[in-house]
Design a protein. Structure first.
Length: 170
């Protein structure tokens, strides 16, 4: 039996053979072939570990965990996105490309208002955090759809300067 995956779950072994795609739960007669599992950086499940008895869990645990983004952020972003959809039409950036810096500037204005102690945008009454999340989501979607005009200036020294002046690394 050729081993493709060996997961240790609750001191029992779950084996999947590459050729057959069958699972064997429990003590394996070929246990001398199994090495101790190595835990490496980045080896973790967000939110749910695979079940030792359900093959779908093993597959599902390796997919994007959409529950990893907290609901509050998703809800606030959705409220701001709905406000924008009423104002400009839904998903308008998919019809006509948008400029990167327009959204970066808008998000920065909301961030500055937050930093100054204002929680909600005066025009919409919606949380500034929601507007930032909606703006970032629009940029991500526009980029993924090929609808983003990258009008950012040529790379500058910001990342290097921040690193040089980071007191936590000294």
């Amino acid at each position: 039996m050729k081993l493709g995956l060996a997961d240790w779950i609750a001191e029992e072994v779950l084996l999947i053979t590459e050729a057959e795609g069958k699972m064997y739960h429990g003590i394996c007669p070929e246990s001398h072939l199994i090495k101790e599992p190595k835990v490496e950086k980045g080896d973790f499940y967000l939110g749910h570990a695979p079940s030792p008895t359900n093959p779908k869990d093993l597959v599902g645990a390796k997919k994007v965990n959409l529950g990893a983004l907290p609901a509050a952020g998703r809800i606030l972003g959705a409220l701001a996105a709905a406000y924008g959809a009423r104002k400009y039409t839904p998903y308008n950036w998919r019809e006509k490309k948008v400029q990167y810096t327009i959204y970066l500037d808008a998000m920065e204005r909301h961030l500055l208002a937050l930093r100054d102690g204002e929680d909600r945008a005066e025009d919409s009454g919606i949380s500034h955090l929601g507007h930032i999340i909606a703006g970032a989501s629009i940029l991500a979607d526009a980029e993924a759809c090929g609808c983003l005009i990258d009008d950012r200036p040529r790379g500058g020294p910001a990342a290097r300067l921040l690193k040089e002046h980071d007191a936590s690394t000294k």
